[in-house]
Design a protein around this ligand. Structure first.
Ligand code: FBP
Length: 345
């Protein structure tokens, strides 16, 4: 018999810690139920009418796929059953007001990485739970450090839920037989140093010098200043990259670049970078724009983008140092990279 703790049991225990904990637990339970439905749709694909076709564009200007829209509907419907003051979704231009007196508000990316749907690659759902301020309109203008809880669900070979309440990171796997999430990892820790980096290298010519230098340092391996050989990955799915980094370390970069509309990168602060940064820090990693800590940032607009460099602390600090003094790094490394740089600065 499987003795693993279920998410429901885990949330019951957490909800005993206070009145607002009860509300938070109810919201996570509702999101988890919604994610079980989304997991089924993702797994069934064309059999459930999901083909990954484009249906329009969302408020942030991203192409919306059929599963983006279905996932958004499922999450909204689930959250109607619990006490949420304001709900923000990547798929909606404006926040949706629920029960204004509710103590918590929720931001969600219902389906992250949706360009991966039609190619049968991993996608996910990301969520952030924040306290509702006196003026609920300010719910998503708080620093990321104010988050009460955050998590994401990865729809991969396994469906996994990664969760933090600000006291470490725990992981649950979906038991498809019982239709329940069950605890599989407690207190996940990211190695402080790692030898794997993830970036969309096709944007190389548009990057800031600091990013180009860092990538060249990784590519120069044991001959370079970082003194080790790096492996490279790019899945094009933030949730999948984050899960990998939680499992074995590494650094992920989606920097700002010179393409029109990409000055602050691609990822959204409120429902992507904030929750991911909270999880990464709680697992002992770091999350930064390259210039400052993500959790110290507050959003001015709901769909605001932000550069994101996150993962193993040593590599994130290395990128921050290059941003602080790119000319120094360029001078130190120029001769080496002029000869060996794959992505030349
Ligand atoms: P969506 O929110 O539109 O899904 O975009 C986010 C994302 O898919 C991330 O999951 C991923 O890291 C990134 O975009 C990939 O972007 P690119 O295609 O530019 O490499």
């Amino acid at each position: 018999m499987d003795e693993r703790q279920t998410l429901k049991e885990y949330l019951e225990r957490y909800s005993e810690t206070g009145v607002s904990a009860l509300a938070v637990a109810a919201v996570i339970d509702a999101i988890a139920s919604a994610c079980i439905q989304i997991s089924r749709l993702t797994a069934d694909g064309a059999l459930s009418g999901i083909v990954g076709s484009a249906c329009g564009t969302n408020a942030g200007g991203d192409v919306q796929k059929d599963l983006d829209i279905r996932a958004d509907e499922i999450i909204r419907c689930a959250l109607k059953t619990v006490h949420v003051a304001v709900l923000a979704s990547e798929e909606a231009a404006e926040p949706i007001v629920g029960i204004p007196s509710a103590k918590i508000s929720v931001a969600v990316d219902p389906l992250d990485g949706s360009s991966n749907i039609e190619v049968n690659m991993t996608v996910g759902t990301i969520f952030s739970i924040v306290p509702t301020p006196d003026d609920a309109r300010g719910a998503f203008r708080q620093n990321g450090a104010e988050q009460i809880a955050a998590g994401f669900v990865v729809y991969g070979p396994q469906t996994s839920l990664v969760l933090t309440f600000g006291e470490g990171v725990d992981i649950f796997a979906l038991d498809r037989f019982d239709d329940e999430f069950k605890l599989v990892r407690r207190g996940v820790r990211i190695p402080t140093a790692a030898a794997e980096f993830a970036i969309n290298g096709s944007n190389r010519r548009h990057w800031d010098p600091a990013i180009g230098i860092f990538v060249d340092q990784c590519l120069s391996g044991t001959d370079g200043p970082l003194g080790k050989d790096f492996n490279m990955r790019w899945i094009g799915s933030l949730v999948a990259e984050t899960y990998r980094i939680l499992m074995r370390g590494g650094v992920f970069l989606y920097p700002g670049d010179a393409r029109p509309g990409y000055a602050d990168g691609r990822l959204r602060l409120v429902y992507e970078a904030h929750p991911i940064a909270f999880i990464i820090e709680q697992a002992g990693g770091a999350a930064s724009t390259g210039r400052m800590r993500i959790l110290d940032l507050a959003s001015e607009t709901l769909h605001q983008r932000v550069p994101l460099v996150m993962g193993s602390i040593d590599e994130v600090r290395c990128v921050e140092q290059l941003y602080a003094a790119p000319e120094l790094a360029a001078r130190t490394n120029a001769p080496l990279f002029a000869h060996r740089g794959f992505f030349r600065v």
